[in-house]
Write a protein that binds this ligand. Sequence first.
Ligand code: GDP
Length: 330
Amino acid sequence: MAKRALITGITGQDGSYLAEWLLKQGYEVHGLVRRINATGGTHIEGLCKDPEIFNRRLFLHFAELREASALRRVLADVGADEIYHLAAQSHVGLSFDMAEITCEITAMTTLRLLSILRDLPVGTRFFHASSSEAFGRPIASPQDETTPFNPVNPYGCAKAYATNMARVYRENYHFHISNGILYNHESPRRGENFVTRKISRAAAAIKLGLAKDLVIGSIDAQRDWGHAEDFTRGMWLALQQSEPGDYIFATGKLHSVRDILEIAFNTLGLKWQDFVTQDEKFMRPPELGQLLGNPAKAHQVLNWHPEWTFERMIEQMVRSDFNTLSAQKR
Ligand code: GDP
């Protein structure tokens, strides 16, 4: 019989890549959604329009993440072998303006799901998508699975809480719960307010004459940026192990916003210096310490190795935005 997976956050960047991957592996995939008939414009629109897949191998269920009784009902009905909890309010900047909602969605929903796990069949496996933001101003660099959390924004605090809670439930109840501590991961499906996508879209718009310039924050800011497709494969690998555990998913390489600008504008034969200005508005408080992951454990235990390079990923994003915007222009 096909394995059954349930994904929270299935309409997002990671959820959609994970759904595609699991379907390819022969799974029956169930997704939690906020609005049952509104998948248009989301990243699973294509899957939902495919009569071979939708309601045959892919099923959607309505539940508000804040409604424990609804979550409990869906989880009991679906009877998943593997649960992938990806849903979150994941924008760091926004998390300052909506701190309570961020904690409600990102921290408390994880706790709700963990509590429900107690009443599900023994052996249900659970993956929690944690974040490098839990390391915040990191105590050591690079970070690994043993580095203490030191969050510096509401989103990081919520993720640190949820990750620790997942550990507590794993240790107390001996559940198969794994945390993936995910460093920034991007793709053409990334939200437009994240810096990679903001740049790829702007470069494409400028090339097409649809925009004149791009205003951003710090161009020296650095991150360990990987590709979402690689990361979702890692999530699956984590749940295929006989023992649960925590894993850093990262490339182990730092790049700067300047590197993104170079590659993105070069891809279209442009010089970023001709179009880009900086504004305080997009600056963050000083980032002391580097968010750089050490993925050695994932390499060794999961045999997980990223297939995408940073350059290829940024090029892919720019070309995708260019194609979409030129189609809209026509
Ligand atoms: P985050 O790591 O989850 O906050 O991902 P973002 O893509 O939002 O930001 C990554 C880095 O890019 C951070 O250090 C930001 O300060 C920096 N950055 C510089 N300019 C911008 C900008 O215009 N927008 C965003 N979102 N980030 C920017």
